[in-house]
Design a protein around this ligand. Structure first.
Ligand code: A3D
Length: 317
């Protein structure tokens, strides 16, 4: 008899990111039922069977249900949305707007109908636009519709800092705010290695180089892979957010939240530090910004607003 909490996590999209989310969630016994849904016939069923057959070795009790039937996702507590095309070399995330906008609209209809109380974590790119669209289509309170980007971008920054300083990555804390794109805003003044300030460990030139590499982190992997984009770290980041919500853990994580005056913006989804727990975003945290970071956040907000306008022009919003 399973002794893990009676709750349901759905992962929409059984591609690279989605199947890895299901795997990580199972390893953490995050929910009794983990539903993996995809439009491709038999694929999610095959992945689920494979994952379930690892349970005896890994010792998890979650059961993964692979399906093409939207009704199997009903009554989910948390839904992670990874359905949609990834980037190919030379593409920007914005190039995915139209096709992924159609997919997100379709997925939103199922969530609205079957899981009206769910917390929804959007991963599909272009992230800031897709989470905006998801919220508009769902009509849920904004605290229950969140985008995953900041956890991933910060984790990338952490890795580069660990390599540059020679310190264990587990001692590194880094923060990246703003859009999930070229205009994202790494925040060196909020980066520490076990309390020691990053700028006391490496030169500001090195910090700038790491910040640039973080901004370009997704494209660097896309150009190495040739087909598709990163999936391990994105899935880790999405599952960390789901875990904080399902366990009411109140972790402070950077995620795309709907701003209501915070950071000088209103009605715009943007990556900011937020406390995530039961019911989604409990609080957006405003941190003091240097003039440089404030200007960068305004630039990132402009780029998000441009993509949102492009969705309006396409008739998606
Ligand atoms: P991929 O491996 O192609 O998987 C996408 C899956 O979505 C495929 O299996 C499709 O069949 C499926 N799908 C398409 N339409 C639907 C639908 N209506 N319902 C259910 N499933 C559907 O891509 P991936 O897993 O590498 O990436 C998935 C998405 O995440 C892409 O848009 C990526 O750009 C995005 N992504 C975002 C980040 C962020 O940091 C925000 C990081 C990595 C990937």
């Amino acid at each position: 008899m399973s002794n893990i909490p009676q709750r349901k996590l759905t992962v929409v999209g059984g591609g690279y990111v989605g199947s890895t989310c299901a795997h990580l969630a199972a390893l953490k016994d995050l929910a009794r039922e983990i539903v993996l849904i995809d439009v491709v016939e038999d694929r999610p069923q095959g992945i689920a069977l494979d994952l379930n057959q690892s349970a005896a070795v890994e010792g998890f009790q979650s059961e993964i249900i692979g399906t093409n039937d939207p009704e199997d996702t009903y009554d989910s507590d948390v839904v992670i949305v990874t359905a949609g095309l990834p980037r190919k070399p030379g593409m920007s995330r914005s190039d995915l707007l139209e096709v992924n906008g159609g997919i997100v609209t379709e997925v939103a209809a199922t969530i609205r109908r079957g899981s009206p109380d769910a917390v929804v974590i959007v991963v599909t790119n272009p992230l800031d636009s897709m989470v905006t669209l998801m919220r508009a289509q769902l009509g849920f309170p904004a605290q229950r519709v969140i985008g995953m980007a900041g956890v991933l971008d910060s984790a990338r920054f952490c890795w580069f800092i660990a390599k540059a300083t020679g310190c264990s990555v587990q001692d590194v804390d880094a923060m990246v705010l703003g859009a999930h794109g070229d205009s994202m805003v790494p925040m060196p003044t909020y980066c520490t290695v076990n309390g020691v300030h990053l700028l006391d460990l490496v030169s500001s030139d090195e910090v700038h180089a790491m910040a640039d590499r973080t901004r370009n982190g997704g494209a660097e992997i896309v150009s190495l892979l040739k087909t598709g984009s990163a999936w391990y770290a994105p899935a880790s980041a999405a599952v960390a957010m789901a875990e904080s919500v399902l366990n009411d853990a109140d972790r402070l994580l950077p995620c795309a939240c709907l701003l209501n005056g915070e950071y000088g913006h209103e009605g715009l989804y943007m990556g900011v530090p937020a406390i995530l727990g039961a019911g989604g975003v409990k609080k957006i945290i405003e941190v003091p910004l240097s003039n440089e970071s404030r200007a960068a956040l305004h630039r990132t907000a402009d780029s998000i607003a441009t993509d949102v306008q492009a969705m309006r022009d396409l008739g998606l919003l």
